[in-house]
Design a protein around this ligand. Sequence first.
Ligand SMILES: [Zn+2]
Length: 527
Amino acid sequence: MNIDVIIKNGTVIDGTGMRRRTTDIAIKDDKIVFMNQHIPQNAATIIEAQEMIVAPGFIDIHSHSDFLWLARPESDSKIRDGVTTEICGNCGLSAFPLRGKLLERRSQGLAKYGIVPTWQSATGFYDTAEKAKSSINRAFLVGHGNIRACTLEYENRQPHPHELTHMGSDLEEAMEAGAFGMSSGLIYPPGCYANLHEVAEMCKVVAKYDGFYATHIRNEGNTLAEALTEAIEISKHSGVSLQVSHLKTSGRKNWHKIKDIKMMIDRARDEGVDLTCDRYPYIAAATDLDVILPPWIYEGGTEKEIQRLKDQNTRKLITKEISQEHDDATWHEIMISSVCNDKNKWMEGKRISEIAVLLDKPPLETIFDLLIEEDTRVDIFLFSMCKENLETILGWDFVFVGSDSSLRANQGILHSGKPHPRSYGTFSRVLRKFCLERQLLSEEKAIQKMTGLPAEKAGLDRRGLIKEGYFADITIINPKKVTDKSTFTEPHQYSEGIEYVLVNGKITIAGGKHNGATHGRILRKYR
Ligand SMILES: [Zn+2]
């Protein structure tokens, strides 16, 4: 047999959680064909991997690269962090279906990247995606927010039975086209208007296709336990496999809830709920500034939201509601990460508490005025989590590593604004901080959380392990050098120590450099 690539003398950590071993790996076409302690043959390419860790390519089960990969096929920030497959479409937001107001809003947001959504349906999206090039593989979830917006736009009400049927048929179409499941974002409009019954009905369809349900639960702080209960109930009602997104205890006064949520999850798992979670290795979230507003503000879409923010009486109402939820410490926890208007750019990297002092306005008035000026599009970092809980959560066996971010690049159109550093450094940060420095996790465990476990959860065909017959998605790591470099103030920096990355058997990163290869594939559940 002619072998294309041999990886020699590497320390293989295969993604199952089993102990490392030294073995050679032979690759032909897109597959691992055999493994042996010493492969004597020659191959067209030999990678000398002595003193390196040879792992399955990382699978980012919580990605938001739904659109931006179309602008940057190289997928730089992800592949240079070792990622070979992204699962997009999380938090209720996906690239399909897109119609009406939703399509309008997405098209506006994407114009600056030169991306024009020419599709509306899932089938239309997959057709476009198959024609596009990418350096890494991509699988997709369909967003419950998309499905709801396509039928009900941004109305705050329950769907009529015929509307629920309509939503169900959009979902069926997405699953038929190859989606791996559905996601929800129950804090964002329009997902926040859906009740348990509606989501459970949708999840029955997902379960029928053996897909999974990933949820950004309704609340991650003050009513965290209630929100987690809702997610578990949805899984019990529908039989769907459940993935709780970016598990956290948000807000200082909720940090103690970690023990309760562990008990709740253990109990649900004991009762047979297929419940797993993901988490990024940082204590700040990245989200939209208007998530701190009460959900009724968004009703009817952006124009209505802005009208309400301009009305003095409504402002008083919002202020009253928010003051019950948040104290003054909150204004120090919110850092503006990006705005659109040049005149407000000086606020990027500053906290609301600082900005309010500089403008000599109360913090909430500062927020209302900024949202109006920016057409509600203000990105923030929310420093609301604690390090101890992060370490505890990442240590739990049912928690996988997921970035919760879109790909970026340190050049070109995606080199803009201040993205969360998790876009660049999630996976290498876990290896550096949690394995090598703090020794909270073995590399075997950490790599399993990045590869074998998410692959199994999503049902990816022959990916996520180093195993004969599996696709040759492989990341080769220098354990002495591996580290994240991206920070909140200087985010556009690639990780170091990811020496080689192979995607479908083709070398794409060599000696830490991207060679421009685009052998990534669109993965579909049923093909
Ligand atoms: Zn989310």
